[in-house]
Design a protein around this ligand. Structure first.
Ligand SMILES: [Zn+2]
Ligand SMILES: [Zn+2]
Length: 278
């Protein structure tokens, strides 16, 4: 069977830290991290923030769905949408969940999600999700061949409690998802440079502006300016600023979009519904 060359991505949640719905965030959106990638006929989902609820709703009760869900890590903003992902309650669906920030110890990811879906913070346990769910714990750095022709390279990021960056390769193109990572000032992160080398699209942790960053050193996040430096050094095509600070309203993100577009033409600020083809 020929592998489809289809390759596109859509943002369902672009925020970091905490959802921030409201009139000042309408255009870019207030949901936390969730990215859908259709690739070689497979659906890959990156992170399970509150954007995952809307992605699940878009699947519209269909039967026989399957997808791989890759988590960067299990901080609350990246998993809080999982209990509200309706397709996981349908016994005819199948999901493969992956996490690489806990060293690959078997059972680690399942234990975290069990802890999230547990009284008294959630009324029903994980077992009530009747879809067939497989858990894969791996050590960041591993190469995952999802199906022949769809390859994921992974790398450990610099973040409290760890996080995993991903490079999705298909049909001679590459998209990178690198969020929840902090740079070291004056030094380009060699691990990220290797991961994003020559990629068409790099989605990057742009939580802070350079003016804000000094107040948040050690919090595990980066700036769009650092993303531009990394893309330029790695010969990557364009940067998509992601994991927006909840205090960055639409007007603030418009200002970043303008500066970013000048710094690295073709680059964008992620917003809910944005669909891209590498
Ligand atoms: Zn986060
Ligand atoms: Zn985090």
């Amino acid at each position: 069977m020929a592998v489809s060359n289809e390759f596109w991505l859509r943002f369902w949640g672009v925020r970091g830290t905490v959802p921030c719905p409201g009139p000042d965030t309408l255009r870019y959106g207030g949901n936390t991290a969730c990215l859908e990638v259709m690739c070689g006929g497979r659906r890959l989902i990156f992170d399970a923030g509150t954007g995952l609820r809307a992605l699940g709703a878009s699947m519209n009760g269909r039967d026989g769905l399957s997808a791989h869900v890759f988590l960067t890590h299990t901080h609350i903003d990246h998993i809080i949408g999982f209990p509200f992902f309706r397709p996981a309650y349908n016994p005819n669906n199948r999901f493969e969940l992956w996490a690489g920030h806990m060293g690959g110890e078997p059972g680690a990811l399942q234990a975290v999600l069990k802890g999230l879906m547990k009284a008294p913070i959630f009324p029903v346990p994980l077992d009530i999700m009747h879809a067939c769910i497989a858990f894969h714990d791996f050590a960041a750095g591993m190469v995952i061949e999802v199906v022949p022709g769809v390859v994921l390279r992974t790398a450990a990021l610099n973040h409290p409690n760890g996080a995993t960056g991903y490079r999705i390769e298909h049909a001679g193109k590459a998209v990178c998802y690198v969020t929840d990572t902090e740079h070291r000032e004056g030094e380009l992160d060699a691990t990220i440079l290797e991961l994003i080398r020559g990629a068409q699209i790099v989605i990057y942790d742009a939580t802070y502006t350079e003016a804000e960053y000094p107040s948040y050193r050690g919090w595990g996040h980066s700036t769009w300016n650092e993303g531009v430096r990394l893309c330029q050094a790695a010969g990557a095509g364009c940067l998509i600023a992601f994991h927006h600070d909840p205090d960055h309203d639409d007007a603030a993100l418009d200002r970043i979009a303008e500066q970013l577009g000048r710094a690295l033409p073709g680059s964008r600020v992620a917003q809910e519904g944005l669909t891209l083809h590498p």
